[in-house]
Design a protein around this ligand. Structure first.
Ligand code: SF4
Length: 198
């Protein structure tokens, strides 16, 4: 893809409103061959400022859940459905999701994760191409096609949901622990995790 170098979009102006509201393109972070890939919706203010997905309060919840599952942020790949911040934190529009889809397909293809975890309703709907009642469907595993490939997908609520509603915290943490198991990462990092506990 012409505006992509490896896993990073370097230059793109396909979504006029997002080009207006962003201060930078926020690409995915983490290993380029990660077994576990987290997919969010779009950069927010903090992500736009820092140039990294899932920083700020939602990012802390994700980091806590990863730690409890014996993983570190550096073990996983984290990316978003659209790479530019929507104005006033609105949801990305259908057309914007479609514009950015090719970059996401390329990232998925190159990383080739064992498991994708969708963080919230928007990324779940984007991959499954149907309405998703995320609170009810969180924890489900489905296959989804993106580009020419099919991926195993575990649906999850957005980490911010645990901040609005504490009762969702346990389920979110369980889903992330399950993701660590299903991707095979829980086993491969066991030794490191137990060392880090002391
Ligand atoms: S959201 Fe994606 S497609 Fe739209 S301008 Fe940003 S990088 Fe390009």
């Amino acid at each position: 893809m012409e505006h992509m170098e490896g896993l990073c979009v370097t230059d793109c102006e396909q979504c006029p409103e997002l080009v207006e509201s962003r201060s930078r393109i926020v690409n995915g972070v983490g290993p380029d061959d990660a077994d576990l890939l987290f997919l969010g919706e779009a950069p927010g203010a903090k992500e736009d400022e820092g140039g990294e997905p899932f920083v700020g309060r939602s990012g802390s919840v994700l980091d806590d859940a990863l730690r409890e599952a014996g993983l570190a942020r550096a073990d996983v790949r984290i990316t978003n459905c659209v790479r530019c911040r929507p104005p006033d934190n609105r949801d990305p529009k259908t057309e914007e999701l479609a514009n950015c889809r090719g970059y996401l397909a390329r990232e998925f293809e190159l990383v080739d994760p064992e498991l994708v975890v969708t963080l919230g309703k928007v990324p779940s709907q984007h991959l499954l191409d149907r309405n998703v009642a995320i609170t009810n469907e969180a924890g489900s595993i489905v296959d989804a096609r993106l580009g020419d490939e099919s991926y195993r997908v575990l649906l999850s609520v957005h980490p911010a949901a645990t901040l609005y509603d504490r009762s969702q915290r346990e389920g979110f943490f369980e889903t992330i622990a399950r993701a660590a198991d299903l991707s095979g990462l829980a086993d491969s990092t066991d030794g490191q995790a137990s060392l880090d506990d002391f």
